[in-house]
Design a protein around this ligand. Sequence first.
Ligand code: A3P
Length: 283
Amino acid sequence: MPGDYLWFEGIPFPPRFYSSEVLRKVRDEFVMRDEDTIIVTFPKSGTHWLIEILCLIQNKGDPTWNHTVPFGERSPWVETCPGYSLVNTMKDPRLFTSHLPIQLFPKSFSSTKAKVIYAIRNPRDALVSGYYFSSNSNFIKKPKSLEEYFEWFIQGNVPYGSWFEHIRGWMSMRDKDNFLMLSYEELKKDLRGTVEKICQFLGKQLEPKEVDLVLHNSSFNVMKENKMTKIIEKPNGNINFPLMRKGICGEWKDHFTSAQAETFDKVFQEKMAGFPRELLLWE
Ligand code: A3P
């Protein structure tokens, strides 16, 4: 049974893949390089979609790598115990992933030209997605109900803590040249335009036909069929990783009661007061 959390610097982590020692090393000792590209998100904001897109861009749309190597090996989560070991053995240019809030991100980042792609998603949809994910996976604390998960989310008692603090922290980077902010909603609305924006940010030039391949191979249906986005094989058995679920915007409307919608709006206004509205990309 998945237990409670491992707490590090006030942030909850699912205990199975994390340790305080590695989290500390990632923040204090890990050396980032100018050639690194890192996908950073709050969980359930389209992380795997971006991994798929970036791996495809790297291979000009050819899906062979995506279809033969699990996503966690193509773009490991640097803060997990297995991911940290893997990232340290990778050759340049490295691609890796993180859900860390900015205060736990490698300190060495500030002195490199490493590129961060930060994606946000309407937190209401991230909440619903997180509810299903934790209810169905076998390594995260399970909520009894959506009501319970709603409370956990608002209080920041979900993996990686408070959505609000995560966003506020990372947004302090938004004027930097090596920081690109995207949204799940933008990917849904204009995938081609967003892929082109990513290519430009990374300095990659793809032919229109290669972009077509990226779009096709990162579509929901193709990703759903790709076994390499489904399951991580471990020596001690498969880890259930129910990743590709609905893939839509606005699902929260079918899940929140009107009282919950009102509470969420109130909390949102309090916690995001003064935050530039143009950065809340789903509005
Ligand atoms: P839902 O649970 O709302 O369906 P993450 O990768 O950060 O864990 O986010 C998972 C969410 O991204 C899931 O949302 C999943 O369905 C969605 N997703 C993954 N790939 C997608 C794609 N190609 N198109 C649309 N949504 C996608």
